[in-house]
Design a protein around this ligand. Structure first.
Ligand code: 5GP
Ligand code: ZN
Length: 112
């Protein structure tokens, strides 16, 4: 198992956890780009958004339910951005599906 986020999901590499259940893990980004910056991943290996299928997409819906709950828990009432970089041009550096949640300051209006 040489996937970094599979190892974080398994607990063999430590992370600052925010939420965990059988299916998913939310943890703080090691290099935060905003005052609040966490990642939400499925525990099963899905390489990127491109690998989401009818068979594995239930976990993606679950991830978004939990993001909505965490936003309430962390009181992100001024808003937040959810981003998933997919592939080379988007700058994906870890090939395990992850959703960035960025908050804590006004975000740049130009998304690209
Ligand atoms: P990507 O560039 O693939 O969209 O996002 C990968 C993210 O993972 C980056 O924001 C990076 O800071 C974060 N990251 C990389 N390695 C680690 C790690 O070992 N622990 C944590 N918590 N985050 C990491
Ligand atoms: Zn993985």
């Amino acid at each position: 198992m040489d996937c970094l986020f599979c190892q974080i999901a398994a607990g063999s590499i430590p992370s600052k956890k925010l939420y965990e259940d059988e299916q998913i893990l939310a943890f703080y980004d090691i290099e935060p780009k905003t005052p609040v910056h966490f990642l939400v991943i499925p525990k099963t290996h899905i390489a990127s958004v491109s690998e989401i299928t009818a068979e594995n997409s239930a976990v993606v819906a679950h991830i978004f339910e939990v993001i909505a709950q965490l936003a309430k828990k962390l009181d992100l009432k001024n808003g937040y951005r959810v981003v998933s970089n997919c592939g080379k041009d988007a700058g994906q550096t870890v090939p395990h599906l992850h959703f960035h949640v960025l908050a804590g300051r006004e975000l740049y209006p130009d998304m690209a």
